[in-house]
Design a protein around this ligand. Structure first.
Ligand code: SF4
Length: 204
């Protein structure tokens, strides 16, 4: 068997992979900034709304948002206050622990997120790819993101149903970490306690 050409070598592949990933990240960030400028919004506020639209009940709090954004608690508190004033966010006390407040989007916040997602057009790209390519691309991106988060000591914030604590029972989903049931909606959301089932491979 012949040696792989330079373009197919592992080093060239790693370089192409890095270039493409960086270009994609830069393009999406640029479009987020463009959308923010068009709508006179702060990009941190957009990131907060995007996250809170997808966060589960263990994560849609000030602490969860602070972890996700990687900013100081003071900065995130101010952003939340401004988003509340603008009518995009509301706070709801937890039904069991009144000290905990959940942050959720109002109809106006949901409208911002919907318009941002339409602007980014990633959903259109996935639909054009069709199955199973879109599914494979999603798996690959999940793998890359989880690995980067782990290597950079950032929380994973993965989708609950892919977590190693997620269990399926005859009654529905169940979280092995919190020992609480999970309905289908919560199982589809982002969680700050997410633990990837395969990341031990990286550490071994
Ligand atoms: S199963 Fe994992 S991701 Fe889901 S709620 Fe529990 S800790 Fe979070």
């Amino acid at each position: 068997m012949s040696e792989p050409s330079p373009a197919e070598s592992p080093a060239a592949m790693a370089l192409h992979f890095t270039e493409l990933t960086l270009q994609l990240a830069e393009l999406l960030l640029h479009e987020m900034h463009r959308f923010a400028a068009l709508h006179r919004m702060d990009i941190v506020h957009l990131r907060a709304l995007l996250f809170l639209d997808r966060a589960n009940r263990y994560s849609n709090t000030l602490a969860g948002l602070t972890d996700y954004l990687g900013l100081t608690k003071g900065t995130v508190s101010k952003s939340v206050a401004l988003l509340e004033q603008a009518g995009h966010l509301r706070r709801t006390p937890d039904s069991q622990d009144r000290r905990v407040q959940h942050l959720s989007l109002t109809a106006s916040g949901e409208d911002v997120v919907q318009r941002l997602l339409t602007h980014l057009r990633l959903g259109d790209i996935a639909r054009c790819m069709g199955m199973p390519q879109a599914e494979q691309a999603t798996q690959m991106l999940r793998h890359v993101l989880s690995t980067c988060q782990r290597l950079n000591q950032r929380r994973a914030f993965g989708i609950c149903q892919g977590c190693r604590h997620h269990q399926r029972t005859p009654m529905g989903g169940f979280c092995g970490l919190t020992q609480q049931p999970l309905d289908d909606d919560q199982s589809q959301r982002l969680c700050r306690e997410f633990a990837s089932p395969w990341l031990e491979v990286l550490e071994s």
